[in-house]
Design a protein around this ligand. Sequence first.
Ligand code: NDP
Length: 486
Amino acid sequence: MSASTQGAGVRPFLIGATWTTGQGTPFESINPANGARNGLIGSASREDVDLAVRTAKAAQARPEWRAMLPHRRAAILHRIADLIEAHAEELAERQMRENGKLRAECVAQAAGGAAAYRYFASICETMPAEVAPSRGDHLSMVLYEPFGVVAAITPWNSPLTLESQKVAAALAAGNAVVLKPSEFTPTIALRVAELALEAGLPPGILNVVTGLGAETGSALVAHPDVRLISFTGGTATGKAIAREAAGRMAAVALELGGKSPHIVFADADLDKALQGVLHGVFSSSGQSCIAGTRLFVERGIHDAFVARLVQAAKALRVGPPDDARSQVAPLSSFVHRDKVEAMVDMAREDGAEVLAGGSRPADPALADGAYYLPTLIGGVTNDARICQQEVFGPVLCVMPFDNEEDLVAQANDSFFGLAAGVWTRDFPKAWRVARAVEAGTVWINTYKTLSVSVPFGGFKESGSGREKGFFGIRTYQEAKTVMVGL
Ligand code: NDP
C-alpha cells in the first residue's frame, strides 16, 4: 500500500492503492456525545474525484475483476465479511464516536455489515442468467452485466450497514465503486476499504473519497464516467441527484426520507404495541428513515394509550452512547440537534401540544452533547407541518382515527411512502391495511424488523429502486439480451 502525506495529521482517503489527503480543505470530525474532536479528515477536490472515478473505471475494465469467476469474487467478499467481524468492536467504536449511536446498536450494525457481504457473496456465486422462451429459430438469453463505475453516496445515521449493503451488492455484480460517506461519519468506509484491500480486493475496485456533499459529492454525481448513482439520504438531495443524472441518462437508485405511519387498532396486544411504538420511533434517537413518526391510534383507546406512551417516553433513559444503561443517545451532530429543536418549535407555533420532552435534557452531565429528549406531540392533524415534514429525530406525532377507511386515507396522505406498521389481532384487517398503505415495507405486529434478504426501498418521494434481497443485485446490473440464430 502506498501513501502520500501532504497533510500531516489529516486522515487520508483511498484512490486505488494510494492513501491521499487530497486537494480540498480538510474538515473536522466531532463526537456528538461530548463535543470532542475526532480528528481532521482529508477532503477530495473535483480533481481528486476525477482521479478516483478514472481509477475505478480502469480497474473495472481489467479482466482481473471483470472476468473473475463468480466463486472467486464471492470468496473475496466472504473474506471482507470475516475481517469486518474480526474488527467489529473497533468499527462499532468508530461509528459510536462519529454519530453517537448506542454502542450495542453499533456492534449489531457491524454484524449487519458483515452479513451484507456474506449475503451478496452467496448471490454472486449462485446468481442465474436466463434462457427466455424462444419465439423463433433462435436461442434467447438474458445476461446481467455490471454498470461499470458505481457512485455510492451515504448518510450518517447507519454507515456500517448502509455502506455495506450498497458496496457488497455493487461488487458482487462486478462493478467498481467510488464511495462518498457523510462528512459526519467519514472514517468507517475508510477502514472497511482498508480491510477490503487486505481481503484481496484488487486496488481501484473500491475507492473512498471523503469530503462535503456540495463539493466532493456533487463532483462525483456529475462525473461522466459514473454510470449508476446509488444514493441514500434526504429527499431534496435525492431529487437534485436525479436531475443531474438525467442529463446523461445515468441510472439512479434512491433511498430517501420517510414519515411512516404507525397504526394501533383497539383490538391489538396493547403492551406489545406500546413497546413497538417506542422502539419504532425512539431507537437510534429517531434518526432512522423508517422511524414510525406518525402514530394513529383508534379513537376508543386513544387517550388511555397515549397516556401510557407519555409515561413510557418520559421514563426512557437518555445518556451517553457508551453507557450500557442508556436507551436514547445523542443526536448525530449539534447542527442536527438544532434542526430538530427548531422543528419542535415550529410545531408549537402551529398550535401543537408537547405531551413529553420538547427540550434538551436538564442533566448537566449531558450539557456538552447533542442530546434531545424523546418528544411526543399531540393536538395536531395529519396536515400539520410537523406531521408532513421529516424531523429525523426523537419526535412522534399522535393522532386518533375513527375507522379503517379514515385511517388509510390519513396514512397515505404524505409525500413519503417508505414504511408502515399495523398492530391488531384481526389478521384479515391487518392484511387489508398492509395492502392499502403506500409503503415499501409494512410490518404487522412488529416494527423496524430488518433483514438483508428482503428488498428495501420507498414508494412516492421516499425513493426509487430497491436494495437488498435477491432483487437488490439487479439494481447494480444492466440486463442484456443475447440471441443466437440456430
Ligand atoms: P443528505 O441528503 O444531506 O446527505 C446524504 C449524503 O449525500 C451525504 O454523504 C452528503 O454529504 C451527500 N450530499 C449532500 N449534498 C449532496 C450533493 N449536492 N451531491 C451529492 N451528494 C450530496 O442526508 P443526511 O446525511 O442528512 O441523512 C439524512 C437523510 O437520509 C434523511 O432524510 C433520511 O430519511 C435519509 N435516509 C434514508 C434511508 C433510506 O434507506 N431510505 C436510510 C437512512 C437515511 P455531507 O454529509 O457532506 O452533507
